[in-house]
Design a protein around this ligand. Structure first.
Ligand code: DGJ
Length: 750
């Protein structure tokens, strides 16, 4: 039983396989958070918080005689507003008279089998029939505002989801100025915070710092989850590492402006508040209207960061991603972007496809530039009609030629944007977000469509339906290449302008919901100038997301390492590109580029016709290798063996199948040394008592003279070791030298 209400103790206990989450009602019907952590069963934990009269921590009026009971000191499940808790709040609600206040009291609750759904917002699903849901209804007697706290308990997955719904049950119009999704108070413990920061073409770099006695914020006001701060935060105990230690994850299922604050208060309690960013946000709630704050996915483990990541990987693959591509074999693709940029025609694309097909690539993706007047990035966005100068006769003849090669065809779109120089903008200038009286801020010379407008969403639904219904398109890359400024909607009244940014996201989700439902056999890949919208909200529609515009294999190791903390390998779009690399100018061996891209969905993004015969043969081998290990890589468990913030010499990671029957170890030398130290790895995730045979050890791109130790390592091939030997004694890999060679070791249980 995942959810229990103890009527005598007045506690709610949520139980997953190895965690317990408990809340309790106090004597005034306030809802206190009591515990979230490793499983402890059901005992009432209210006694953990003895009353203590703390100066300057006030009391509810009804508690004025009990000065030890303060909303400012006790762990709260979802804060009120302006009524005695000075820490981070979840809510700011304003009445018509300007007063801002709310004090939540318990009204009712319900427990149901299955997972709650959220209208208009992506949320985890329960196709595998394991979840239970709890709804606790709290009310504020003055405003009549009701708060529905929603909990989804996924027992087997060890995951708890949360969301909040605010319903105006009063008679006046209320204005929400902040409406977080959740608050999580961790009363005891000293924590490190891990977050994933970056910039365009260098996303999700992992950073770990001890929490300060202050508020630390991970946020975006860009109208997108952003390259800059990924909406995912981990708190872990100070000694936690990959294999040990208590860790908590907070992952909003939201793709717009977000904010997660972590505060350490005067008593050492740590509070996390997460949800939509409140800067320039407001939402009018007329009587009877409701507002839903997005879902947050919570995970907890006492077994370290790898276990936490694997919980998220499994949950995203099983319960966030939807549709037939979740577990299906996805095609190895070739994308023409870095091969041609805007400079192509049908024949050029077919030449790329022909070579790719001959080497085993399964799908051709036509990137930006096939539509409107789009010969560079200054024009054409919005005009989703084929540019017949480039593609004579339209898409059909091209798709036929690609299909005739035995390849699928995929296409790029950027529906949420409009170029000033486009038919669409000339016809509908009011469809773009612009501030009255101001020339709009430009970025990549394009503007953002007001996706909060139903007519804009209808137009795009029609255009994209037309594109997908009338062409045999197997895949769509959905891009988004600037952030939101000039946030003002021409169709909202003045008092609702604070809603524009969130309404934009609701419009995007609606469009994606319609298209992914209408075209279930199309594989959708998300993209926002690479990984500028790599989040759980997007993963509800896109089974994979282009990880970064940085295709340099060595930089990718860092980006993919950071991304792996929250997101599975099967969600990370990754390609082999040309050298010198277009972003960094670096040259890496072709095989090493493939090893890096194989830690993602694997594809190519270069003109394969420009490869030498030897390199073309390597591409064939790479695809065969990926094919052979597809299940292990995409559906196996992922282990980080190195941390780029600590180990500069090499990056290593490992895939292990769930049955612990086989593993693939990958290592890339990132910094060759003179008089080099051994490249020794300790394998992870094997069955300690089982015997494993080293089946193969492939050295790639090691053009420098062989180093001592290479032969010895190769002698291990064919030998058998116990799982515990490989995990505790480890294995010394060949002594690589030169520029960025790599090695892959495949080990199988005997
Ligand atoms: C940004 C994407 O990340 C690239 O892969 C490419 O699709 C360009 N946009 C096209 O404009």
């Amino acid at each position: 039983m995942g959810i229990q209400f103890d009527a005598a103790a007045r506690t709610f206990t949520l139980s997953t396989r190895s965690t317990t989450y408990q809340m309790g009602l106090d004597h005034l019907d306030h809802l206190l958070h009591l515990y979230y952590g490793p499983a402890i069963g059901q005992g009432d934990l209210a006694a953990m918080y003895p009353p203590a009269d703390r100066g300057f921590s006030p009391n509810h009026n009804a508690d004025r005689e009990r000065r030890g009971i303060s909303p400012d000191a006790l762990p709260q499940e979802y804060t009120g507003c302006n009524t005695g808790d000075f820490r981070l709040s979840c809510l700011v609600v304003r009445e018509e008279n300007g007063a801002a206040g709310a004090e939540w009291r318990y009204a009712s609750h319900s427990i149901q089998k299955g997972k709650y759904a959220l209208t208009g917002l992506p949320a985890a699903h329960d196709e595998e029939n394991e979840a239970e849901s709890l709804c606790i209804r709290m009310e504020d007697s003055v405003t009549g505002l009701a708060l529905e706290l929603l909990y989804g308990v996924f027992e087997r997955q060890d995951i708890i989801t949360r969301a909040a719904r605010l319903v105006n049950g009063g008679s006046q119009t209320l204005r929400l100025e902040k409406a977080a999704s959740m608050c999580l108070d961790l009363p005891f413990g000293r924590w490190d915070m891990i977050h994933f920061h970056g910039r365009h073409a260098m996303e999700r770099r992992m950073e770990r710092t001890p929490l300060m006695n202050a508020i630390q914020t991970v946020s975006s006001t860009r109208g997108a989850s952003s390259h800059h701060h990924n909406p995912f935060v981990i708190l872990c105990d100070r000694k936690a590492n990959e294999e040990h230690g208590l860790c908590y994850g907070v992952m909003p299922v939201y793709s717009g402006s977000h904010r997660t604050d972590v505060e350490v208060d005067q008593n050492g309690l740590t509070r996390i508040v997460s949800g939509i960013h409140d800067e320039r946000f407001s939402w009018q709630l007329a009587p009877g209207e409701a507002f839903t704050a997005p879902e947050v996915i919570l995970a907890c483990t006492e077994n370290g960061l790898t276990a936490l990541s694997q919980q998220y990987h499994r949950f995203i693959r099983h319960n966030v991603c939807r549709g037939e591509f979740r577990f299906a074999r996805r095609p190895v693709l070739i994308n023409n972007w870095e091969a041609t940029y805007f400079d192509f025609d049908s024949d050029a694309i077919v030449r790329i496809a022909e070579k790719a097909a001959a080497l085993g690539v399964e799908m051709l993706v036509l990137d930006d530039g096939w539509f409107g007047k789009r010969n560079d990035d200054n024009s054409g966005l919005g005009d989703w009609f084929v540019n017949e100068n480039k593609l004579p006769g339209g898409l059909s003849p091209l798709i036929e030629r690609v299909n005739a090669l035995g390849m699928k065809f995929g296409i790029w779109v950027e529906p949420e944007m409009v170029s000033e120089d486009s038919e669409l903008y000339r016809a509908h200038p009011d469809w773009a977000l612009t501030l009255p009286g101001r020339a709009p801020v430009m970025s990549r010379n394009q503007m953002v469509l007001d996706m909060g407008r139903p007519d804009v969403v209808d137009y795009l639904t029609e255009r994209l339906t037309d594109l997908l219904a009338n062409n045999p398109i197997a895949y769509v890359k959905w891009d988004m290449n600037r952030n939101m400024t000039d946030v003002y909607s021409r169709v909202l009244p003045a008092e609702r302008q604070g809603e524009a940014a969130h309404r934009y996201m609701l419009g995007v989700y609606k469009l994606l919901e319609t298209l992914t439902t209408r075209f279930p056999h199309v594989l959708f890949e998300g993209c926002a100038g690479g990984g500028g919208r790599f989040d759980a909200g997007m993963l509800a529609y896109f089974t994979q997301i282009w990880c970064s515009d940085d295709t340099d294999a060595i930089e990718r190791l860092v980006i993919q390492h950071g991304t792996s903390f929250g997101y599975p390998v099967s969600s990370m779009g990754a390609h082999v590109s040309a050298c010198p690399n277009h972003q960094t100018g670096r040259t890496t061996p072709l095989w090493t580029r493939a090893v890096a891209a194989m830690a993602g969905t694997f594809g190519y993004e270069l003109d394969l016709n420009k490869l030498s015969d030897e390199e073309a043969a390597q591409v064939k081998e790479q695809i065969a290798f990926f094919d052979k290990h597809y299940q292990l890589i995409q559906n196996g468990l992922y282990y980080r063996l190195t941390d780029p913030t600590e180990e500069e010499r090499y990056a290593a990671w490992q895939f292990v199948d769930e049955e612990q029957g086989e593993t693939l170890v990958n290592l890339v030398l990132t910094h060759p040394e003179a008089n080099a130290r051994p490249l020794h790895v300790w394998l992870r995730g094997l069955a300690p008592d089982a015997l494993y045979r080293v089946e193969s050890l492939d050295i790639h791109g090691c053009h420098a003279a062989p180093q001592a130790g290479l032969d010895l390592a190769m002698e291990g091939v064919g030998k058998t070791y116990s799982g515990s030997t490989l995990m505790h004694a480890g294995y010394t890999l060949p002594q690589l030298a030169g520029d960025y060679p790599s090695v892959q070791m495949y080990v199988k249980r005997v």
